[in-house]
Design a protein around this ligand. Sequence first.
Ligand code: GSH
Length: 146
Amino acid sequence: MLDLHFWPTPNGKKVTILLEELGLDYNLVPCNIGRGDQFKPEFLKINPNHRMPVLVDHNPKGGGAPISIFESGAIMMYLAAEAQGQDINEFKYFKRWFDEVGNRPAIKRGMETGNNLRVNPATLTEAKRAQMRKIMYNQRAIPAPA
Ligand SMILES: N[C@@H](CCC(=O)N[C@@H](CS)C(=O)NCC(=O)O)C(=O)O
């Protein structure tokens, strides 16, 4: 079963539209962001960034514990690739559009911008990687206002 932690905003609706397009069953879990539901401890366990939408897949492909996915784009890719097992090569018109857009010079330049700033983690010491993980992935949301 899929739980979608949701509030009716454009980011939330991107996901409900895709779920409906794919014809998947899901359980809607309201996350009232005006009331501060996104700061509740149980919500922060599934997204420490205190933002909806969040998808919790209770039966992930391949088994194992439930997983939570946040960021609407990541959720959509998960639904398309994992839940449905879709392969872009099976959709020739979409694939053609995807390739044409990807080949536009401005898109290529935009995608290449900043590549020189990236660091290959394999070239770093384990201590340095641990320090970066601490900075990037261990932040906690500020408490909800009283
Ligand atoms: N980049 C995120 C943005 C999600 C986002 O901004 N969600 C907003 C509502 S549209 C939210 O939950 N805001 C509550 C908050 O920031 O505390 C995504 O695409 O999922």
